[in-house]
Design a binder for this molecule. Structure first.
Ligand code: TYM
Length: 335
């Protein structure tokens, strides 16, 4: 891994709060893998973020390693991508604190994820849940990235990051690069299979396809996928009136590379009976190599440890540079 590079920088992360699902893959990881050679890449496991919701400690540890194995299995070569665990680089928490002091209560109150999660976890609306976007801004700004590839639901957090970076730069000079969100054309918002009004997420497991699901489970989930109650029963893209079928079409398009028009033509006159299993099969084939490779990599704990150690070392060097600059600018005495 070389550090001196002219390449632009990409950075993103996923919370290891459960198994990875198709939305994470189509909305985020696949987009990262496609651009690996063009960029200097930082992809991390946002383990500190998961603490905003109660976790079972042993599960969190297991999911973290599983997620790292899946990153690699999805095609993120550790030689070309700096892969690391957020908590291994203390600069995240340190800059997170500083940015807490440059982010406004009103801004944080407007975050959709905060509103959703506080409704879902009404008994545990903790401070971390509220200031979550400040830690996320720190995750990003430490590495001075040009692009942050995320699904649609994280766009608001990246925009807040831009605002905080600009606010800080206005006060202290050009400390942070102001990054752009980078959202895929297909798969940016994969919806739940049993409720097309909600995004696919591990909190609704029946409507969620996990990367490590067996083919039979995937087939069953697609067979039961909610289609629409219109009488037309044809495969036509119309997210407003046919959200269930449109979601399945987007998944099929993302997995096969076919356009929506091609898909309409392919299933013309066939109804949903032929379409739903076809989507299931396309997903099974997309996920098969990832599932098999994740299992293989997971069995080699020593290799995973080498990867996250090397990743943290490189990440800490880069992050440390930005943090020192920030501390100096705000007036902290250098150690
Ligand atoms: P998280 O862990 O919820 O999701 C990880 C990535 O998957 C995308 N995603 C989806 N895309 C399409 N359809 C869906 N149904 C779907 N569900 C999830 C998300 O948009 C995201 O790209 N706060 C972040 C993690 C994070 C982060 C960061 C991301 C922490 N620090 C710094 C980028 C940069 C989160 O909770 O993502």
């Amino acid at each position: 891994m070389t550090e001196a590079t002219e390449k632009k920088v990409m950075l993103s992360g996923i919370q290891p709060s459960g198994a990875l699902h198709l939305g994470n893959y189509l909305g985020a990881i696949r987009n990262w893998v496609e651009r690996t050679d063009e960029f200097d890449n930082y992809y991390f496991l946002a383990d500190l973020h998961t603490l905003t919701v109660r976790q079972v400690p042993a599960d969190l540890r297991r999911h973290t390693l599983e997620l790292l194995a899946s990153y690699i299995a999805c095609g993120l070569d550790p030689e070309k991508n700096t892969l690391f665990i957020q908590s291994h680089v203390p600069a995240h928490a340190e800059l997170g604190w500083v940015l807490n002091c440059y982010t406004m209560f009103g801004e944080l109150s407007r975050m959709t994820q905060f509103k959703d999660k506080s409704a879902k976890h009404a008994d545990n609306i903790n401070g971390g849940l509220f200031t979550y976007p400040c830690l996320m801004a720190a995750d990003i700004l430490l590495y001075q990235p040009d692009y942050v590839p995320v699904g649609e639901d994280q766009k608001q957090h990246v925009e807040l990051t831009r605002n905080v970076a600009q606010r800080f730069n206005n006060l202290y000079g050009e400390v942070f690069k102001v990054p752009e969100p980078y959202i895929p054309k297909t798969g940016a918002r994969v919806m739940s299979l049993n409720d097309p009004a909600s995004k696919m997420s591990k909190s609704i497991p029946e409507g969620c396809v996990f990367l490590l699901d067996e083919p039979d489970d995937i087939r069953r989930k697609f067979k039961r996928a909610v289609t629409d109650s219109d009488t037309e029963r044809c495969v036509r893209y119309d997210p407003e009136h046919k959200p269930g079928v449109s979601n399945l079409m987007s998944i099929y398009a993302a997995c096969t590379g076919k356009s929506l028009a091609d898909i309409e033509a392919e299933f013309d006159g066939q109804g949903y009976g032929a379409f739903k299993p076809a989507v299931g099969d396309a997903v099974i084939e997309t996920l098969r190599p990832i599932r098999e490779e994740t299992r293989r990599i997971l069995a080699d704990k020593a290799y995973l440890e080498d990867v996250y150690r090397a990743g943290a070392e490189k990440a800490a060097r880069v992050a440390g540079r930005t943090l020192r600059k920030v501390y100096k600018k705000v007036g902290l005495v250098a150690r």
